[in-house]
Ligand binder design. Structure first.
Ligand code: PHE
Length: 340
């Protein structure tokens, strides 16, 4: 193909394209002009590009240069028309398969675990009674889990079958034998070691005991521990606090009962039962802090007294929401978790 003929065709193409883009009156006519000239498969510009292959090799640089100029002017004519008709945004014909009335895909929003929600609420209730939150480690030494709580070496609670001891060196030295804490009472000691009275704290978290899992037991569960040490603290204070606590969390119809019991670190000691809908249910233990425990952390039992309690978080949550199997909390089944 002669160069002159090719150049003439290019000129003709440019003129026709500029004319049609300028004549476009809406998105639709603009789009059909775009397909006619700039279409990637059947467009006239594409056809011209193919024709360039028929131009003699020595003429090709000139043909290519001119082709590029024409291509640019057509593209800018298109851009100008687009700008004129749509104010800049590309408006393609609507997708006929798109149905705006169909329901969308709802994003899955997570939420906090029911036990976390429960602990937040308990923290709130106790916060209103002036208790702040203290924390302690889940891997404990024997001194905080037993010794300082007045639980001597020969006590059955220290039996290896009752605890998750860690396989570490140093057996016989209470500061270097470690275990997963079996109670949150460990935090009582940690707080009293670090601070002078008055003390008014709660502590919440996981505890571990090698129990076989069933509807009411699990080798890991949560406790809420309370400790108040001050001048002239009595059993009546303990009962009032636990009653207020239960009635705020479970409802004003809840009654409280103390049954005599024994814990090495409280004297006297009680089991705490709550009555709810004609049933008495045990929620944990409590008592007046044993003078030996106060002494061991350097407090003077003649000067201050205190009470302590430890309740099961799962039990409270189960009672409140009517959950009948503790294992539900740990299965991670969203059908269960979603309900809270
Ligand atoms: N730590 C005891 C338990 O786990 C409960 C308790 C706490 C009892 C505080 C008395 C005082 O069974």
């Amino acid at each position: 193909m002669a160069l002159a003929v090719f150049l003439q065709e290019l000129d003709e193409l440019a003129r026709a394209a500029v004319e049609q883009f300028a004549a476009a009156v809406d998105g639709e006519t603009l789009e059909s002009a775009r397909v006619a000239f700039l279409g990637a498969k059947q467009g006239r510009l594409k056809a011209a590009q193919k024709q360039m292959g028929n131009v003699g090799p020595s003429d090709r640089p000139l043909a290519g240069k001119r082709f590029n100029e024409v291509k640019q002017s057509i593209e800018s004519a298109y851009a100008a028309a687009q700008q004129r008709l749509t104010g800049g945004s590309v408006r393609r014909p609507p997708d006929p398969t798109f149905d705006a009335t169909l329901p969308g895909i709802r994003p899955q929003l997570g939420k906090r675990h029911p036990l976390t929600q429960t602990m937040e609420e308990l923290k709130d209730i106790m916060g209103r009674l002036g208790f702040t939150v203290a924390d302690g480690p889940e891997v404990e030494d024997e001194r905080h889990n037993f010794e300082a709580l007045n639980i001597p070496r020969e006590h059955p609670a220290r039996d290896p079958l009752e605890n998750f001891y860690l396989a570490t060196a140093g057996v016989g030295d209470p500061d270097s034998v470690f275990l997963l804490r079996s109670q949150t009472s460990t935090v009582q000691i940690r707080v009293m070691e670090a601070k002078r009275p008055p003390i008014r704290i709660i502590s919440m978290g996981r505890v571990y005991r090698p129990d076989t899992a069933d509807a009411t037991h699990y080798p890991m569960f949560h406790q809420i521990e309370g400790l108040l040490v001050d001048h002239r603290v009595t059993m009546a204070d303990l009962k009032s606090v636990l009653r207020l606590f239960a009635q705020t969390y479970l409802g004003s119809e809840v009654h409280i009962r103390f049954r005599p019991s024994f814990f090495p670190f409280t004297e006297p000691s009680v089991e705490v039962d709550y009555q709810w809908k004609d049933n008495w249910i045990e929620f944990g233990g409590a008592g007046m802090v044993d003078p030996h425990v106060l002494q061991a952390v350097g407090y003077d039992p003649e000067e201050v007294t205190g009470f302590a309690f430890g309740l099961g978080v799962e039990r409270l949550c189960m009672r409140r929401h009517g959950v009948t199997d503790i294992r539900e909390f740990y299965k991670n089944d969203v059908r269960f978790l979603q309900q809270f």
